[in-house]
Design a protein around this ligand. Structure first.
Ligand code: ZN
Length: 190
């Protein structure tokens, strides 16, 4: 049994928890978040999903992964807005967590301490290979951390870096295949 499924079982006994799904772009983070949320929905748990307003690549109210499966979500401009889900919410999903402010770890802790199962997906590193936003702090306080890998487009090995193809040094540059490609450690340094 995988760690997060054990947590899932404990949740039904009343305890909250934090689960992190991290990795590079194109590693399937959002798909994994959606897989867990769909299972929670089948278990008839009440769910709320949040994403940061900064991520405007797709539709306003849908959590969209690259394979275009979607679950409706709420876009919020700051982490503290996540603290006010409905009273009966049992599972909170958070996507693109790297774009949230530094209050997010405390917000997730508060939810988990109140019995909520919190599932967070986000980029662990920016395009320069540095820890991204609140992700390292979240990973430190979580019950479980799942690190996913994409496939290196140069050599085919597991990829952990999001290599930026365009010449722009800002930490946030929204884009898909035209702006980034997944690369392994060796090919990232080429
Ligand atoms: Zn490679």
């Amino acid at each position: 049994m995988q760690v997060h499924e054990e947590i899932f079982k404990r949740r039904s006994e009343g305890g909250g928890s934090i689960e992190i799904i991290c990795g590079s772009m194109f590693s399937g983070k959002t798909e994994e978040l959606m897989r867990r949320l769909k299972r929670a929905r089948i278990a008839r748990l009440s769910i709320e999903i949040f994403s940061p307003k900064a991520d405007t690549r797709y539709s306003e109210n849908a959590l969209v992964s690259h394979n275009a499966n979607s679950i409706s979500s709420m876009q919020v401009s700051k982490a503290s807005a996540i603290l006010a889900p409905g009273n009966q919410v049992q599972v909170v999903g958070i996507d693109e967590a790297q774009f949230f402010d530094d209050e997010l770890p405390a917000i997730c802790n508060a939810l988990a301490n109140n019995g909520v199962r919190v599932i967070v997906a986000g980029l662990d590193m920016d395009f320069q290979g540095n820890p991204f936003g609140p992700m390292p702090a979240l990973m430190a306080i979580a019950e479980s951390v799942t690190k996913l890998h994409a496939v290196c487009v140069v050599c085919g090995n597991p990829a952990l870096y999001s290599y930026r193809l365009v010449n722009n040094n800002g930490q946030i540059l929204l884009g898909e295949k035209e702006s980034y490609e997944p690369r392994c450690r060796l090919c990232y340094g080429l």
